[in-house]
Ligand binder design. Structure first.
Ligand SMILES: Cc1cc2nc3c(=O)[nH]c(=O)nc-3n(C[C@H](O)[C@H](O)[C@H](O)COP(=O)(O)OP(=O)(O)OC[C@H]3O[C@@H](n4cnc5c(N)ncnc54)[C@H](O)[C@@H]3O)c2cc1C
Length: 389
């Protein structure tokens, strides 16, 4: 048997079923395909779409060389932060900020999986995943598939939106890949956050990823509860470009998205034989929306975990950073107009390396304390006590 792809596979029983084949599902499948432990295991992948296009541009920072370097479109050594109060371009050494276009990632993974004979892909929409004592039942397009373990990265309900205990913001954005006539960009500097735009009572900034002096992805981004009209994002980009004297350009591609920012405990939905992964598994950093690097780390940990542990609920690692994110989101959801001021204080009072290490959840308690002190102390302490008591 070779890698098969069909509308209805002959087989209905598998060792593993992966529902959702985006970043997390495909990265996990790739790691399983590279580990001989899984060579004798049958693995079913289900997604309503077989992704291969550029629907996302993933960026992350990393020290030195990394395993996805062969897929990178661009790296940057410097990061620019700007607000009305403060402006800084920092060399992020020893880190580099790296960009992968999703088509390169998807195609690389599908090519690897197609060489294996124990993977099957079906293009179906998943309706339900039901955990039974010694197996999992997955229903997709009215067919039932049975697995020993299921890894799910597809949103199958809106429970996180329909609760009030944990605030839910969205990181929502629309971006244009533009080509200018003149040299307009410094292609060694990625603009992480430029808050020097009208805030209109919500947290808004511009994100710029120049891929050359004449080409860049320019995104108008908000951290807020509700999405805005398409024209409002577009107007934000045009205003930003006008302000920089960039008037002659072509739009070659458009990218838009909305990433949930919440400390909702997604892991509580895990069962002994069902593990939620990716954004649905809580792998998105609530305070930033970054997910790609965590997915890389967590999928690696998961393939080792699966070999020795039977209960998927033991996979989750608790960290104090979840609580910090919760406090920040509590504050930001109540005072959404003050995001620019809070992020300015963070970037003004800490080196970029300290911030990136903190966001990587690798900082010491002392560093955490320094970062928290850079925030409006009274406001954050009050919010913290409200959460604890
Ligand atoms: C435009 C965009 C840009 C981003 N940029 C960055 C970035 O720069 N850096 C970063 O770290 N993170 C970024 N993120 C956040 C995060 O990395 C991505 O959202 C990432 O794709 C999350 O991976 P995932 O596997 O959890 O979800 P997805 O990649 O969305 O995969 C979920 C899959 O489930 C499938 N699915 C859903 N419902 C069903 C169903 N009922 N049946 C079958 N299949 C279903 C979908 O078709 C999809 O393929 C970005 C997100 C977006 C939207």
């Amino acid at each position: 048997m070779s890698f098969s792809q069909s509308t209805t596979p002959a087989k209905t029983h598998f060792d593993f079923i992966l529902t959702g084949c985006g970043a997390a599902g495909l990265m996990l499948a790739y790691r399983m395909s590279q580990d001989s432990f899984f060579d004798k295991k049958s693995i079913l992948l289900i997604d309503s779409v077989k992704r291969s296009a550029d629907d996302k541009t993933w960026c992350f920072w990393e020290e030195g060389n990394g395993e996805w370097d062969h897929l990178l479109t661009k790296t940057w050594q410097n990061i620019h932060f700007e607000s009305k109060e403060f402006k800084k371009v920092s060399d992020i050494k020893p880190y580099k900020y790296k960009m992968i276009r999703s088509s390169d990632f998807y195609n690389f993974v599908w090519n690897s999986l197609e060489k294996k004979d124990n993977f099957t892909f079906i293009q179906h929409s998943v309706d339900s995943i039901v955990s039974k004592k010694d197996h999992v039942e997955v229903v997709a397009n009215n067919n039932q598939y049975v697995g020993k373990i299921a890894f799910n990265s597809a949103f199958l309900d809106d429970e996180y939106k329909n609760q009030t205990k944990y605030p839910v913001l969205q990181q929502h954005f629309l971006g244009w890949f533009i080509e200018t006539e003149e040299d307009c960009f410094d292609d060694d500097v990625a603009t992480f956050m430029d808050f020097n735009i009208e805030q209109k009572s919500s947290t808004r900034f511009i994100y710029v990823l120049p891929t050359s002096k004449k080409t860049a992805l320019v995104e108008y981004t908000l951290f807020s509860e509700n999405l805005i009209e398409k024209e409002a994002y577009e107007r934000g980009i045009v205003d930003y470009l006008n302000k920089r004297g960039i008037k002659k350009y072509k739009i070659s591609e458009v990218e838009k998205g909305s990433i949930p920012m919440t400390c909702f405990p997604f892991w509580k939905k895990n069962q002994h034989n069902v593990l939620h992964i990716g954004t649905v598994g809580g792998w998105t950093k609530p305070s930033t929306g970054f997910t790609f690097k965590t997915t890389s780390i967590e999928t690696k940990r998961l393939v080792s975990f699966v070999k020795t542990r039977l209960d998927m609920r033991a996979f989750r690692k608790k960290t104090r950073f979840w609580f910090y994110d919760l406090i920040l989101l509590d504050v930001l959801s109540k005072e959404n107009n003050k995001g620019a001021s809070y992020f300015s204080k963070l970037f003004k009072r800490n080196s970029i390396q300290t911030i990136l290490c903190f966001l990587d959840e690798k900082s010491s308690l002392l560093t955490d304390f320094r970062i928290i002190l850079a925030m409006p102390f009274f406001k954050f302490t009050k919010t913290l006590f409200r959460r604890i008591l």
